[in-house]
Design a protein around this ligand. Structure first.
Ligand SMILES: Cc1ncc(COP(=O)(O)O)c(C=O)c1O
Length: 421
């Protein structure tokens, strides 16, 4: 049986489940939720969540700073969201056609999103980014898409250049640029010639292992200008940032409007739904591209999404995340300084990420961050060393104060192991 050497808390049930999973689950576990690449203290299996806290199968409690990798924006088991989904489920969820909830949700999203005139729904963020690219190609009749190197837009073959199981043809007609670097964008535009269908861009730079970067206004406007000049479609991938930075879309903050935006994660507080929102000029293409799925029209996740967005609107949820996020960031910065450790805290405070001087994210060699997060998770603070975290509107000042007690110990461990930066 696997043992978790470093653990301060029970891990027996988790270890037993990992053993059973190794017999019957693909690769034992797969995808972004596999803990195989994480330090020892990370449990693989969870039992329940409530607000900003979650419990693993051994009953260990965590303050949850990953929020299920983003979906949980109001906290686990949010009553108004769960009630809305349950009320719909009591009527039925999956029919021969959609329910009124679909139109209601589209009206809500189009109403709060300044550039958008229509909505399309599916299940995963990948569905949304792939559909957006198809629409752009159908609209323009052109082939090339520009994307930032290192950016993640989903696990479909089209976005997984060079990955085992994909063909070079799957990701053909793609050109890379560097986030926030218009010179590199213009180079790629020149290479595409008169065959540019789209530019896809993340709401902010959030590549794993890399300090996050907010888009400069110049960069965002530059992409808009190129698309206006060439007829290419500007696709904002707001899957990760959506509904945590601005309810009208994350680029409302920089004042630049995309033609299409892809959402998933936070839209339904954990219920499975994603969306593409689009400008009027892309309506025609929506009539040309056929894309669909068995569960894409489920009504309960749509009811959950309406409740989630309404709740965020009515309670100022984004402001709450920003306030507690600032508290967390200030606390971490002060602690690192008091331990004589050099760190970088980057990106929006609602999606916190921290790197240590001396670690090398570009080589994926981050022993300080790994030790820090392992010490934190063993003491009940769930954060990852290589991937940004997520706050929810359920996080409280008390959560932050408790988390900071733990991170102080984790910083001390890094200092003891590696010395001051
Ligand atoms: C920016 C971004 N785009 C697309 C995706 C893909 O979303 P999904 O995993 O729901 O398919 C993700 C997932 O993490 C993401 O962060």
């Amino acid at each position: 049986m696997t043992t978790k050497a470093n653990s301060l808390r029970p891990t027996n049930k988790d270890a037993a489940l990992v053993d059973r999973a190794n017999d019957v689950i693909a690769n034992g576990m797969y995808g972004h939720q596999s803990v195989a690449g994480l330090p020892d203290g990370f449990p693989q299996f969870f039992a329940r969540g409530e607000g900003s806290h979650l419990w693993d199968v051994d009953g260990n409690e965590f303050i949850d700073f990953m929020c299920s990798y983003g979906p949980i924006v109001l906290g686990h088991r949010h009553p108004s969201v769960d009630r809305a989904a349950a009320e719909q489920q009591a009527l039925g969820d999956c029919f021969n056609g959609p329910t009124e909830k679909m139109v209601e949700l589209a009206e809500l999203l189009v109403g709060i999103t300044p550039f958008a005139d229509w909505a399309w729904f599916a299940k995963n963020g990948t569905d949304a980014t792939v559909y957006a690219l198809s629409l752009a190609r159908a609209q323009t009749g052109k082939r090339h898409v520009l994307r930032a190197s290192g950016a993640y837009h989903g696990a479909a073959p089209v976005w997984m250049k060079g990955a085992p199981g994909t063909l070079p043809e799957d990701s053909a007609y793609q050109l890379l640029y560097t986030y926030n670097d218009l010179v590199s964008v213009n180079d790629a535009v020149d290479k595409a010639g008169d065959d540019l269908a789209a530019i896809i861009v993340s709401a902010f730079r959030h590549d794993v292992f890399h300090d996050q970067e907010l888009p400069t206004r110049e960069f965002a406007q530059g992409l808009r200008d190129i698309c206006d000049a060439t007829g290419a479609v500007l696709i904002l991938d707001d899957v990760r940032g959506g509904f945590r930075l601005d309810l009208g879309g994350s680029w409302e903050r920089v004042g630049v409007k995309p033609d299409l935006s892809a959402y998933c994660k936070a839209i339904g507080n954990g219920y499975p739904i994603s969306a593409v929102l689009g400008a009027e000029k892309l309506q025609e293409a929506t009539g040309k591209v056929f894309d669909t799925g068995s569960y894409w029209y489920q009504a309960a996740p749509m009811a959950a999404a309406i409740a989630t967005i309404t709740q965020l609107q009515e309670t100022g949820g984004i402001g709450t995340m920003e306030r507690v996020g600032n508290r967390l960031r200030k606390g971490l910065a002060a602690q690192a300084e008091s331990h004589g450790l050099e760190i970088t805290l980057s990106g929006p405070v609602q999606l916190p990420f921290m790197t240590f001087a001396g670690d090398d994210g570009s080589a994926r060699a981050i022993p300080r961050a790994a030790l820090f997060c392992n010490e934190a998770v063993k003491r009940g603070v769930y954060i990852l060393p290589h991937h940004n975290g997520f706050l929810s509107a359920a996080h409280t000042d008390e959560d932050i104060a408790k988390a900071l007690e733990v991170t102080d110990v984790a910083f001390e461990a890094v200092k003891n192991e590696f010395g001051r930066a």
